[in-house]
Design a binder for this molecule. Structure first.
Ligand code: TLP
Length: 348
């Protein structure tokens, strides 16, 4: 029986074309800058995102961390949303490894930060205060339901940052999903930001890796930080080869995952006890809450769904996240809706 794994798009495994490219990839020692496949991926990624240079890193977490460490001294401050992955899910790396002080401000339900909140958070030049160094955004915004930030909004934050001598970093783990949802070119979407990390190993299906992009001068600093973090890899072109296939073949098909997320939401919406976030899913994520009248919590329901071969991500005692991706087809969406009906139907 096939398992329908909707816990995340990180669960995607490589496509046959990726495995083929990995098996035949030309490799070299990337610490010497001699891996031709990594160099190709970095150039390709930078070009796609309209930035001067790219740096292949093992994970999205390392991409964000290397970027922030490249910008900040110990005691400097970063303004970011209180629902961002950097703040919630990166093990406090910026504080633990960089002595960087996070200044979390509320994420609005649509993933944005209110410009007035950012303005208020920027520190004045006072020796009592940490020095504000940068602002970080996330697009798509994972914990805000896969919400998509527009280029106009990103530009407004960049203008505010630059007017105050700050830089803007984007955690664009799923930036290709955002560009797909907005039907815009990814380069125009990230044009306002100084740096951006995107992940190859989520909806893009590659097994490992992210790319950090920005100016040549910034990437040179981040390169040193990557070394400090132990992220200098050797013949990792074998991994980059899958990333190149991801950019060529998987990025253009992400709209299919978004349609399936909407179909999934549509099917689940009619099941008694299921409370979906308002509106349609903006990208490839469906968040739902179990009504208080249901006598089971999300852990119980997830266990029963697993009995029907459907895996979901429990994000709080009554809340789930379901993420569509390359390995979820229409039949899987249909079977998931049936599994929810079976598990929750007993209580209606
Ligand atoms: N997100 C994972 C979990 O860590 C929550 C997931 O299943 O969604 N930025 C964003 C917005 C992310 O969602 C993630 C991973 C990362 C960064 C980190 O990427 P990795 O796992 O490659 O370090």
């Amino acid at each position: 029986m096939t398992i329908i794994d909707l816990r995340s798009d990180t669960v995607t495994h490589p496509t046959p074309a990726m495995r083929e490219a990995m098996a035949t990839a030309q490799v070299g020692d990337d610490v010497y800058g001699e891996d031709p496949t990594i160099n190709q991926l970095q150039e390709m990624a930078a070009e796609r995102l309209g930035k001067e240079a790219g740096l292949f890193v093992p994970s999205g977490t390392m991409g964000n961390l290397a970027a922030i460490l490249a910008y900040c001294n110990r005691g400097d401050e970063i303004i970011l949303g209180n629902q961002t992955h950097i703040f919630l899910n990166e093990a406090g790396g910026i504080a633990a490894l960089g002595g960087i002080h996070p200044y979390p401000i509320p994420n609005q339900p649509n993933g944005t930060l209110a410009l007035d909140d950012i303005r208020e958070a920027i520190r004045s030049d006072d020796p009592h205060h940490p020095i504000t160094r940068l602002i970080a955004l996330e697009n798509t915004h994972n914990c805000c339901g896969g919400a998509v930030l527009t280029a106009e909004y990103t530009q407004a934050v960049a203008d505010l940052a630059h007017a105050n001598g700050l830089v803007l970093h984007l955690d664009g783990a799923r930036i290709f999903n955002a560009a797909t949802a907005l039907d815009v070119d990814v380069a125009s979407l990230v044009a306002p930001v100084d740096s951006v990390t995107f992940c190859l190993s989520k909806g893009l299906c590659a097994p490992v890796g992210s790319v950090l992009c920005g100016s040549k001068e910034f990437i040179a600093r981040a390169h040193r930080v990557r070394k400090q973090l132990g992220g200098g890899m050797r013949q990792a072109g074998i991994l980059a080869a899958a990333g190149i296939v991801a950019l060529h073949e998987i990025a253009p098909r992400l709209a299919e995952d978004h349609v399936r997320a909407r179909n999934l939401a549509q099917g689940l919406r009619n099941i008694p006890g299921v409370i979906l976030d308002s509106g349609e899913p903006a990208s490839n994520m469906v968040y739902l809450t179990l009504g208080e009248d249901l006598p089971l919590n999300a852990e119980d329901a997830a266990r029963r769904l697993k009995g029907c071969h459907v895996l979901v991500d429990v994000v709080s005692p009554r809340r789930f996240r379901l993420v569509t991706h390359y390995w979820i087809d229409d039949q899987a969406i249909h079977s998931t809706i049936e599994a929810f009906e079976k598990v929750l139907g007993n209580y209606s």
